[in-house]
Design a protein around this ligand. Structure first.
Ligand code: NAD
Length: 242
């Protein structure tokens, strides 16, 4: 049994992870949320799993680095400053950091990379995501990751990205990557990457219907990361999808 300190335990993901733990041979040894001090519980755990809020992750990563504990980060929406603080901690401890822990989305990442490499810039790329109305960040961590993947495959940088299309004047520039976030209802998480040219379009889509897919992936990552060397890992490492 892998012993987990779960941060954000009372949230939607926290509850889904707690429900899936036993069938994944994991034990939630400590369930922390707002108002708890993870430092009081960390000694008794093998690994810390964080699905909370962006403000919580960097202090938690510092605690893990001090105590020599592995960390799995599911929380999204960090600022560049928060990201830098977390990356510094990953020099001291093993960290899995993924915007999406489902097998299907990690395969979507892989297939999007291949498609962006094979299809030249006569194929315009648009990334579209939709989530439930309670989601606190936009675009989603998964859409950000898809954007980074197709930008790298095309040898382009952030200046080629257009978020939303309000105010556009003139034609769509060649090589632009569009990113669009929709919010509504109880949608767990939909992502599509569209490659469109004159005469055809290819759409790679993933639809999560149940948070269980993220929970199982995060728990698999928690088991995988314990005992690894310090460093930053992605779900593609856990799934051997490189
Ligand atoms: P949620 O709002 O339902 O739950 C978040 C929980 O964190 C709440 O219980 C809240 O009280 C708690 N929290 C807030 N600040 C905290 C703090 N400082 N310390 C401890 N706990 C704190 O949100 P959710 O839908 O469960 O999502 C949580 C995070 O996980 C979000 O960032 C979301 O985008 C992300 N997420 C990631 C994946 C993935 O696969 N990586 C999947 C789904 C959601």
């Amino acid at each position: 049994m892998t012993k987990i300190l779960l941060n954000g335990a009372k949230g939607r993901m926290g509850r889904a992870i707690s429900a899936a733990a036993a069938e994944c041979a994991c034990e939630i040894a400590a369930a922390c949320d707002m108002g708890d001090n993870p430092a009081d519980f960390i000694a008794n755990c093998d690994v810390v799993v964080d699905f909370s809020f962006r403000e919580a992750t960097a202090p938690l990563a510092e605690l893990c680095a001090k105590e020599g504990k592995a960390l799995v980060i599911g929380t999204t929406g960090h600022t560049p400053e928060q990201r830098a603080e977390i990356l510094k901690c990953a020099e001291k401890i093993p960290v899995v950091w993924a915007g999406n822990y489902s097998l299907g989305v990690n395969l979507l990442n892989y297939l999007s990379r291949v498609a962006a490499q094979i299809l030249d810039e006569s194929y315009d790329i648009e990334i579209v995501e939709m989530h439930h109305r309670h989601k606190k960040d936009a675009p989603s961590g998964t859409a950000q990751k898809l954007k980074e993947i197709v930008l790298a495959a095309r040898g382009r940088g952030e200046e080629s990205v257009r978020y939303g299309r309000e105010g556009q004047i003139g034609e769509r520039p060649v090589g632009e990557i569009g990113v669009h976030a929709l919010r509504g209802g109880g949608v767990v998480g939909d992502h599509s990457v569209i490659f469109a040219t004159d005469g055809e379009s290819l759409e790679l889509s993933h639809r999560a219907a149940d948070r269980k897919v993220f929970s199982k992936g995060a728990l698999a990552a928690a088991k995988w990361i314990v005992g690894r060397p310090a460093g930053l890992y992605g779900m593609e490492d856990v799934l051997n999808l490189k």
